[in-house]
Design a protein around this ligand. Structure first.
Ligand code: PEP
Ligand code: MG
Length: 577
């Protein structure tokens, strides 16, 4: 049966391929009672699932013996086999089915909850952390009962045209998919500027989030057309629709190739104003794409991604290597390393603290100042890397001038320890601040006196100005970059920085969205930082823009008091000139 699903397109383009359902929300199970005469059958269903997972684990173990996987993986499998065979899990679930006649999935999750509560009581931190392993094993058994495939997430037989579908993924999960070959990426939850969407966009494949029930409605191996620009998926399309989309796909590919022609050209407006086009990265591996996009610097290195998907913290040497690699590969072009912006939706593995309002909690610089040792390690690593290029430090989520004072003090302390150790670094390293909280934008003069440069984080600036959670798709319609308050703040920051002669850039998603390029140029922006895949499209806009024509229209948009009027003016700005 063919049908269409609508979500929020977060990465443009068209992909055609086959569905691969990854990490289903297995723990959200059905609860129902079964008739007495079916109890044995229900227990047999549970047993079969346990047996299937056992076979799966044993096959994986074999691959370890054959040398295809690493030793830690072997130890991890041993542990999961032990949990699988533990009677406190399986026997108790069987008893529960026999006594209360609940379905097998319900019984298993109830027993899991009981075990997790017992784990809470354990004093030994290592054992307490094994909770996650119990959950993973239970998920595996539940998936086996639901007929979902394999332990390894990427076992689709359609290698080369797999479309990943997940209910929800954390930014850390998405990072793991950077290694894999998908042609598109879809999730039930998410919103335009959630970090999950941002990382998905960096994979440079069509992506759609907030599809709500895609994960339930789409079957493994279904044929899909993903239109990331419109935010729609066509499930099991007929031949004519497929042909139409193949044609469009070909046209897009042609346009992409045409854009390559401007890769080596400097980004200068028609009236001769040079514009810096920088790239946003998460890991040193992203540099290949940065070169592809022709960026002339790194405007945002989201260093916190070095801290995700691991049990330990990256040490000073490891961080230094990562930062140095980027600095060296960028050949003295600016490399702006944002100190770790952990917290909110990017958490360290095993972190159990759940704040009531994580986006307003101990995040970014607040966390760094609360964890001075961890911060010191990072600062030393960045300073050491500064010897190898034009490295800069960027402080995220500033809300208070005292945070700058404390950070500058800690940087000075890190410098002193390096001097004591006779390690060279750039004594004059520039320190900038992210302006992403309205309080910082409103008191900008105080901030600018202490900082060498500014970077506007529009993703958070919009979230905090409009009080709209950027990761909650139920309020995604209120997340509006064109809200007059947002535009006023962005324009105010750019103009104030220009007056004070403090360099200012935008590194939030607005910078990479071509519908805002001219508006931001009109506000006076001369430095943009975005994902590499967006660079040439934005450059194309810049090359066709004439500032003396753009500025008056941008000012009109700033003053527009009605969304419709604003949309008309924006269309005029983008079409005309
Ligand atoms: C921003 O908030 O705009 C930004 C660039 O930082 P992040 O998206 O990582 O919060
Ligand atoms: Mg931010």
């Amino acid at each position: 049966m063919s049908f269409i699903l609508q979500g929020i397109g977060v990465s443009e383009g068209i992909a055609i391929g086959h569905a691969h359902l990854a990490a289903p929300a297995a723990l959200e199970v059905m609860h129902y009672l079964i008739p007495k005469h079916q109890v044995d059958k229900e227990i047999a269903r549970l047993n079969a699932a346990f047996a299937a997972v056992r076979t799966e684990f044993e096959a994986l173990q074999q691959s370890v013996v054959d040398g295809h996987a690493r030793a830690e993986f072997s130890a991890f499998l041993e542990l999961h086999l032990m949990i699988l065979d533990d009677p406190t899990l399986s026997d108790a679930a069987r008893d529960m089915i026999a006594q209360t006649h609940c379905n097998a999935e319900w019984a298993l999750t109830q027993q899991m909850q009981a075990l997790l509560l017992q784990f809470e009581e354990i004093e030994d931190a290592y054992l307490r952390e094994r909770k996650a392993d119990v959950v993973q094993v239970v998920e595996r058994v539940l998936k086996a009962m639901m007929g979902h495939p394999g332990y390894l997430p990427i076992a689709s037989k359609h290698t080369g045209d797999s479309i990943l579908i997940a209910h929800d993924l954390s930014p850390a999960d998405v990072m793991q998919y950077k290694q894999h070959q998908f042609v598109a990426f879809l999730t039930d939850l998410g919103s335009q500027t959630s970090h999950t969407a941002i990382v998905a966009r960096s994979l440079n494949i069509p992506s759609i989030v907030a599809l709500h029930h895609a994960h339930q409605l789409i079957q493994e191996d279904d044929c899909l057309i993903v239109d990331g620009t419109q935010g729609i998926i066509i499930v099991n399309p007929d031949r004519y629709v497929l042909d139409e989309y193949r044609l469009r796909q070909g046209q897009l590919e042609l346009e992409r190739k045409k854009l390559q022609r401007i890769k080596g050209i400097a980004a200068i407006t028609l009236d001769g104003t040079p514009i810096d086009l920088y790239a946003n990265i998460e890991l040193p591996e992203d540099i290949a794409q940065v070169k592809e996009g022709g960026a002339t610097g790194i405007g945002l290195f989201r260093s916190e991604f070095l801290f995700l998907n691991r049990d330990d913290l990256p040490g000073e040497d490891e961080q230094f290597e990562a930062y140095r690699t980027v600095a060296v590969k960028m050949h003295k072009q600016p490399v702006t390393i944002r100190t770790f912006d952990l917290g909110a939706d990017k958490n360290l593995k095993g972190s159990t603290q759940v704040a009531a309002n994580p986006a307003l909690g101990l995040r970014a610089i607040r966390l760094s100042l609360a964890e001075p040792r961890m911060f010191h390690t990072q600062l030393r690593a960045i300073l050491r890397a500064s010897k190898y290029g034009d490295v800069r430090i960027l402080i995220p989520m500033l809300s208070n001038v005292s945070e700058i004072d404390q950070t500058l003090h800690l940087i000075e302390y890190a410098k002193q320890t390096l001097r004591d150790d006779k390690i060279h670094f750039d004594e004059h390293i520039k320190v900038g601040g992210m302006i992403e909280i309205p309080a910082a934008a409103l008191c900008l003069d105080m901030f600018m006196r202490k900082l060498d440069f500014l970077s506007i984080g529009t993703n958070d600036l919009i979230q905090y100005t409009l009080a709209v959670d950027r990761i909650d798709d139920t309020v995604a319609h209120l997340y509006d970059p064109l809200h007059p308050a947002v535009l006023w703040l962005v324009s105010h920051i750019i103009q104030s920085a220009k007056r004070a002669e403090v360099p200012v850039s935008i590194c939030g998603e607005m910078a990479g969205d071509k519908q805002f390029t001219r508006l931001l140029l009109g506000f006076g922006l001369q430095q943009f930082s975005m994902y590499s895949a967006q660079l040439l499209t934005v450059k194309n806009q810049i090359l066709k823009s004439h500032l003396p024509d753009i500025v008056p229209l941008s000012q009109k948009i700033l003053k527009a008091d009605h969304p419709e009027k604003m949309a008309t003016l924006l269309a005029r700005l983008n079409d005309g000139v």
